[in-house]
Design a protein around this ligand. Structure first.
Ligand code: GCU
Length: 595
């Protein structure tokens, strides 16, 4: 072997090793600002942002300052304010939050402020400088803190307002408690100046081997990035374009994620200065006629819906422990699927559900009376959709993105939601798109799905309360469902209210008995067994939840009582009906109907 060849190989090896070694290092660091924050409740919204953000204090003898955090009340972050202070239970308005922290930035690192969620609109000030604002109570957002962060002592002020507005999403009326506050965690993230700012890696729709996605670097220049799945023996180098982006394609044999085997891989994405690591599963999800295929096999979604609420605490759920409680309840019921109603829930919930082998439906709160005629609504809704997909696009447990819930068909609504369906497909071509309908045509004992939005969806979803909001047109087993679309159907909501421990007649709704709810579940299951294109059901709802729309003095008192579990987590009679039904379904795997 000539000297020349030897040196070339040695040099090549050196280069690879040096870039790999280089790539392993990262300045990435995060710490959270959770805990007690000082607050000012600003009922009339009359606080002056500059004075409060700069913590104006009296200077001369005649000065006085009313909006000051000195010796002020405190609230926990993460957490809603409604369940932390009795006087704030019904509060809708502005609350100013302050958190002081010391910080020593790393050299060559960029600093970001990340919020898991703030309900509903927020303005963020760091050391008196306004970093940005955000609208939407359920999606995470990140702000670059470079122009305000200081070495040493820092003062972070967040103005939070949860007033319900016509042009908001959701709008003025919705059937859950309007919790306000910094409801999920807050982090300071440090990243190298040239870092991996985003990446997406999932299996192509309908493929068991073909990976697709992208890598985006913060520095917009041509550079090498490497994607590795060490356990699968996969490692590939890509070169970004001048905008720092490169499309990911590769063919890899992987153990596929499924509810029975929720396999996750450590995936590493790195460039010369940064390494980003994540736990990611790979599965294919697609529809074929009226079948939903998970990893090419037909699947029936044994689901349950739940709000992000801990009933025992009458407060917003947050963190891993709360997520584990809710998801364990779902597993115990026999579910392989959960509907995160009606908004993106915490990242802890989504990641834990995936680890526990639960497929998910995730949606944005485009709920009932949205102002679709308002030209801003599409932009707002699309922004929430983009934030939802951006956060959870690598979560294989999520199989369905839902665009809306129970919005009445109209030309404006149809065009906004159709546009959103195509935008969602552009952002993520690997998952299914749906929306929950509640407008159907009736003809005797037939229920016809003909919502024009169906064309733009992969999966049809029906919220139908037979025996509660809707009377049975005939014997439950004789009710026929029809659709003009050769697509799978999910019953995304059904159910009835019952006060736990309240026993009596099974045929009188107004008595709120467990027996009525139980019978209604039996009747609905009887109907489900006759629907040929049914591929999933999602009872409304896992547990009783708080709602200002539910004021029956004796049986509701501000609770929607449609839970299969009471507000203390006790099982109602209907729970056992649903659990039996799921056991039967699990024991009888689906056959492919549509070749
Ligand atoms: C609707 C709606 C839910 C609501 C439920 C109910 O279908 O989607 O948000 O809570 O019905 O009336 O209980």
């Amino acid at each position: 072997m000539t000297k020349k060849i030897f040196f070339t190989i040695a040099l090549a090896l050196l280069l690879v090793n040096s870039s790999e070694v280089l790539a392993q290092a990262t300045l990435r660091k995060s710490f959270n600002l959770n805990g007690k924050w000082n607050v000012i409740v600003d009922w009339y919204g009359s606080g002056n942002a500059h004075d409060i953000a700069t913590q104006k204090r009296p200077v001369t003898k005649t000065d006085f300052v009313e909006f000051s955090f000195d010796n002020s009340q405190t609230l926990y972050v993460p957490g809603d304010w409604n369940s932390q202070r009795p006087e704030l239970k019904y509060y809708e308005g502005t609350v100013w939050y302050k958190r002081e922290f010391d910080f020593k930035p790393q050299t060559n690192a960029q600093t970001f402020l990340r919020f898991g969620a703030v309900s509903y609109r927020s303005e963020i000030f760091l050391n008196g400088i306004k970093l940005g604002e955000h609208e939407g109570g359920f999606t995470s957002f990140t702000l670059n803190a470079a122009r305000a962060i200081k070495t040493g002592h820092n003062v972070l002020v967040v103005k939070v307002n949860n007033e319900r507005k016509e042009d908001a999403i959701p709008a003025r009326k919705f059937d859950w408690w309007n919790y306000g506050g910094i409801t999920r965690g807050v982090w300071i993230d440090e990243k190298p100046a040239n870092h991996i700012s985003d990446f997406f890696i999932q299996l192509k729709k309908g493929s068991l081997k073909e990976l697709q996605g992208f890598v985006q670097t913060s520095e917009h220049k041509k550079q090498q990035v490497i994607v590795a799945i060490p356990e699968a023996g996969f490692k590939k180098s890509y070169t970004t374009d001048t905008s720092g982006k490169v499309a990911l394609t590769a063919s890899v044999s992987l153990k596929l994620w499924s509810p029975e085997n929720p396999k996750l891989y450590t995936v590493k994405v790195y460039n010369a200065a940064d390494t980003l690591t994540d736990e990611i599963g790979f599965r294919s999800i697609e529809v074929q006629g009226t079948d939903i295929l998970l990893n090419k096999k037909p699947v029936f979604l044994r689901g349950i819906s739940f709000h992000e609420e801990m009933p025992q605490r009458s407060g917003r759920a947050y963190g891993e422990a709360d997520a584990r409680t809710l998801l364990t309840w779902a597993k115990e019921l026999g579910c392989n699927f959960v509907r995160l109603a009606h908004y993106p829930q915490s990242e802890e919930t989504v990641r834990l559900a995936e680890k526990m082998g639960l497929m998910m439906w995730e949606e944005i709160p485009v709920w009932q009376g949205i102002q679709f005629t308002n030209p801003q609504i599409l932009q707002k809704a699309n922004h929430m959709l983009a934030e939802m997909i951006a956060r959870d696009k690598n979560r294989c447990g999520i199989v369905i993105w839902s665009l809306s819930n129970e919005t009445a068909p109209s030309p404006h609504r149809n065009s906004v939601l159709k546009q959103m369906a195509s935008d969602a497909r552009k952002a993520d071509p690997t998952r299914l798109i749906s929306s929950a309908f509640d407008h159907f045509k009736y003809n005797g004992n037939q229920i016809l799905i003909d919502d024009p939005l169906s064309e733009s969806l992969d999966v049809l979803a029906a919220n139908k309360y037979m025996g509660w909001y809707a009377k049975w047109p005939s014997e439950p087993g004789n009710v026929e469902w029809k659709s003009n679309f050769n697509k799978p159907l999910i019953i995304s909501e059904f159910g009835a209210e019952a006060l736990y421990g309240n026993h009596g007649s099974k045929d009188t709704a107004g008595l709120w008995t467990e027996e009525y709810q139980e019978q209604l579940y039996k009747d609905n299951i009887n109907m489900f067994n006759k629907i040929s294109f049914l591929r999933g059901v999602c009872p409304w709802i896992l547990a009783d939840f708080k709602s200002p729309a539910r004021m029956h003095a004796q049986c509701q008192e501000g609770w929607n009582r449609k839970g299969l579990l009471s507000d203390k987590g006790f099982k109602k009679r209907a729970w056992y009906i649903m659990n039996d039904y799921y056991k039967q379904l699990e024991a009888k795997p689906l056959q492919v109907k549509n070749k």
